[in-house]
Design a protein around this ligand. Sequence first.
Ligand SMILES: Cc1cc2nc3c(=O)[nH]c(=O)nc-3n(C[C@H](O)[C@H](O)[C@H](O)COP(=O)(O)OP(=O)(O)OC[C@H]3O[C@@H](n4cnc5c(N)ncnc54)[C@H](O)[C@@H]3O)c2cc1C
Length: 497
Amino acid sequence: MRTKQDYINGLSRMKRNVYFNGERIDRTDELQMACLNTIGTTYDEAEKPENRELCTAISHLTGERINRFNHIHQNTDDLHNKQDMTRMLCQKVGGCIQRCMGIDATNAIYNVSFEADKMNKGETRYHENFKKWLTRFQTEDLVGCAAQTDVKGDRMLRPAEQPDPGAYVHIKERLKDGIVVEGCKLHISEASVADEVLVIPTRALRKEDKDYAVAFAVPGDWDGLKQVVTIHNLRRREHYQRGFMQGATDSYMIFDNCFVPWDRVFLAGEHQHGGILALLFALFHRHSYSGCKPAIGDIILGTAALAAEVNNVHKASHIREKLAEIIMTTELGYAAGYTASDLGKPEVYIPGLGFCPYGPGSYIPHSIYCNVGRCLSGEAVYREGEMLCDIAGGVVATFPHERDFANPETGDLLLKYTKRNPDMPVEDQAQFWRYLGDILCSATGGIANVGNYHGGGSPIMEQIAITTQYDIESRKKLVRYIAGMSGGDRDALAKKK
Ligand SMILES: Cc1cc2nc3c(=O)[nH]c(=O)nc-3n(C[C@H](O)[C@H](O)[C@H](O)COP(=O)(O)OP(=O)(O)OC[C@H]3O[C@@H](n4cnc5c(N)ncnc54)[C@H](O)[C@@H]3O)c2cc1C
């Protein structure tokens, strides 16, 4: 397995195709270092003997020990460990750990490439190609990102109906030795610091959309690929450093006549499987949220409790109510993910058919619980922000800049007027407001909230998944029976077990 430094060294050798604010930048540009340190934590923690079980796994392809972020889930323990690893690592960096897109996309493609080959009765080699790619991905301990979201143009038109075919990434040309793709994926987290980019479809597809049913992997600096990146760093500190400085990036990934050789193509035209791949990645990713959102809940809870303590209002009853609400959302999100792991099987939900055996036997978390957990905790983001705002009061919005605390003319006066709780050192109180300003009142804090709300699919997507997959009809029959209506069935649900 690699070290964090090996990972950074690898990025420094990549071609310069990352654009930021009008300039081309190196992947290891100072601006991206907070992000590299965040992902670097996944390497540092995997090296520690006490994290061996949680952060590493044995590859089913090579029998070698690998980073868990590159593993294909072989049983329910793997699903539990992925959830717990995600929560633990997100706690350590105080937010998103940013390596989950790779594990979620690889697990989805692993299954779908197998099923597509099965349908094609051996005429395609998607799964073998993918396993070959995966073996290198695991052995070299690479970081992957998932490029799913297309620009989508007019939301009311399907891919093949769009006036500009580039609204969705698609196959422009089929050649003897590969395909040429075109289009743009956007909001792609950590693409500018990933070794490999996994491209997958974004939605259900019809026969007419077959050219949009495309999945492949290319290095992040591949010919024909440009990345325009936004970099999200917290305010720089000169005098009063944070314990950990988190960072993130998101890219517009523009594929312009980009050639992809067949051995890197894992789906090319099978529209039914394109839609399943879109859903399956979302499912694995929503399962990851049941690890990261509880960690963010842990951070929000600690922040809310400390804000109350700094203000010396921590014994007030409305604080208890708010802390309880944060804990309930956090642990319900975790419990949903835990159940999804526990009920995991090599099965997927196929509309009209229900849960069906799927893929070569790797484990897929239970769909209902993944969607319930992600929707519940995703929608809570702004409510949690509201509670932090309420407990903090206005101080967090107008807290003076750090140089005014370092300036002998104003520093002592500002500390005098910062003091609230007599039992807490005033320097800690000032440091707390700087931290809370970072997450509640900064551009980066706002971006994180939008990501936590929409990432993995907007809440409406989870609601659609839940209501189409949940057996509402049997519940209606049960109530018909209890109410004494016609067509009732007391055992409607028992029969489903
Ligand atoms: C910080 C951040 C990081 C992200 N990281 C990644 C990543 O790493 N990889 C990745 O692939 N994606 C990523 N995403 C994308 C994320 O998954 C999408 O934002 C999400 O799926 C919503 O899609 P959208 O942004 O295109 O919104 P839209 O789909 O444009 O949604 C906007 C609104 O329009 C509604 N709407 C859209 N279409 C219809 C329709 N046909 N009918 C009725 N209503 C409609 C929606 O319900 C919503 O209310 C990230 C997003 C953010 C903000």
